[in-house]
Design a protein around this ligand. Structure first.
Ligand code: GBH
Length: 446
């Protein structure tokens, strides 16, 4: 084997769960079928100039039609867990009212197919595809959308609650806040800091209400939030850089972690936003109690660290990937896992996303040589192993992503999959990294 595949001799605890992740809009396609309504991502991707190459999720990896073959590929890899998301507009076309049976049936078939193959389903309730009708009614700026989310969650729990052992509420609330409402690179494409932090609160509230909905059903599933965490490091040793890094960490990490796990928003972030911010005015008595409803696990998604300058900006310190925002720094995963355990206590943690985009192409004899992905994953898995050795209660590791898919504003240009998707034919080809990951799972070791 090439260097990247040479075993490091790091065995994981018995029962450690190896998986891979996807999300609905990024793979399903079939956006007009079986009563699905429109989402903000249909609107956004069909707005000229928003997505590289004018790509949309209309077809994506056509998983809605090809899920059975995709399930067989998951079994062939030996996955123990598959993380997917449920498209809210398939369940409630307009974001309210009686659930759409045909939409629920798709996820029932998917979940049944996972169980048949011995793969545990891990379902995310919301991976950014808000029903457009709810956006038209104010979107996440409207507190009412959090209440609508609780109804939607309840309908999903009623249909699937007995068959899904792990639920995740909202995928990366921070990305909706930062990319949807600050930078505008994601749906709904806004650049409005005041709106952004109110949106953050309503996303957190929606999370808490969904946890309560699961608890009140009394079903067997566990539930938690899915946060993309960024270890923040000062770019120099000045006190100003240290202070800027602390505040940066407040916006990136503590805002989300503290509210769910301690029932408070961090004082430094609230101070920074000021007493008259839309966030400050939007927090009602009792909201933080809802947000802090006890969870069963924390889902951590790690891609990159952030280096913060004394002026509060950021700099690049490490090699970047094809995604210019991603610096490759495996120790950052160790740092964020150990820090979360130190600061918030020994809550079970699942890594629900970690991965790298590569420019690999389909080679001769149907091979895809993505050696860079093998090295990246091996080094991050080794960092996770070190965190376990130092006491982090880590249960699982999920690669982002099972297969190439619609990478949001980057369209199909960035390929994040273990499995190559030849979009013109929708053929799936296992990359070198997929073969390697199969042996990691079989050995329970890197
Ligand atoms: C995750 O986000 C997502 O959960 C997943 O859907 C996605 O496919 C995967 O990572 C890979 O990106 O355009 O410069 O403003 C990771 C966090 C937030 C990182 C948005 C990229 C856009 C940077 N992402 N961000 S920029």
């Amino acid at each position: 084997p090439a260097d990247a595949e040479a075993p490091l001799g790091l065995r994981f605890p018995d029962g450690f769960v190896w998986g891979a992740a996807t999300s609905a809009y990024q793979i399903e396609g079939a956006t007009k079928e079986d009563g699905r309504g429109e989402s903000v991502w249909d609107t956004f991707s069909h707005t000229p100039g928003r997505i590289k190459g004018g790509d949309t999720g209309d077809v994506a990896a056509d998983h809605y039609h090809r899920y059975a073959g995709d399930l067989d590929l998951m079994r062939d890899l030996g996955l123990r867990s598959y993380r997917f998301s449920i498209a809210w507009p398939r369940i409630q076309a307009d974001g309210a009212g009686a659930p759409n049976q045909r939409g629920l049936d798709f996820y029932r078939r998917l979940v049944a197919g996972l169980h048949e193959r011995g793969i545990a389903p891990m379902a995310t309730l919301f991976h950014w595809d808000l029903p457009q009708a709810l956006q038209d009614a104010g979107g996440w700026e409207s507190r009412d959308v959090a209440l609508r989310f609780a109804d939607y969650a309840d309908a999903v729990f009623t249909a699937l609650g007995d068959d899904v052992p792990v639920w995740l509420t909202i995928n990366e609330p921070k990305t909706v806040v930062q990319n949807g409402y600050l930078q505008g690179h994601h749906a709904p494409g806004r650049q409005d800091p005041e709106a952004a932090h109110l949106v953050a609160h309503h996303l957190q509230l929606a999370h808490g209400l969904a946890v309560q909905a699961l608890r009140s059903r009394g079903g067997p599933g566990r539930i938690g939030p899915a946060f993309n965490l960024h270890p923040c490091y000062p770019a120099d040793s000045s006190p100003a850089a240290a202070a800027a890094t602390t505040l940066y960490d407040g916006y990136e990490n503590r805002f989300y972690l503290d509210s769910v796990l301690t029932g408070r928003y961090p004082a430094d972030v609230l101070d920074d936003l000021g007493p008259d911010s839309r966030l400050a005015r939007g927090i009602r008595d009792g909201d933080l109690d809802i947000i802090a409803t006890p969870v069963d696990l924390l889902a951590v998604q790690y891609y990159t660290p952030i280096y913060v300058t004394a002026a509060g900006g950021t700099v690049t310190r490490w090699p970047t990937s094809q995604a210019d925002w991603q610096q490759i720094h495996p120790d950052g995963l160790y740092d964020i896992l150990t820090r979360v355990t130190r600061d918030y206590g020994p809550l079970p943690i699942s890594i629900t996303e970690n991965g790298l985009p590569t420019t690999d192409a389909l080679g001769p004899d149907d091979t895809v040589d993505d050696a860079g992905r093998v090295t990246f994953l091996r080094d991050h898995i080794a960092a996770a192993h070190r965190a376990i050795a130092d006491g982090v209660p880590l249960e699982s590791f999920h690669v982002w992503s099972l297969m190439d898919n619609f990478e949001w504003a980057e369209g199909y240009d960035q390929r994040w999959g273990l499995i190559h998707v030849d979009y013109p034919t929708q053929r799936r080809i296992l990359k070198r990294s997929a073969h390697w990951y199969r042996s990691v799972i079989a050995d329970n070791a890197v």
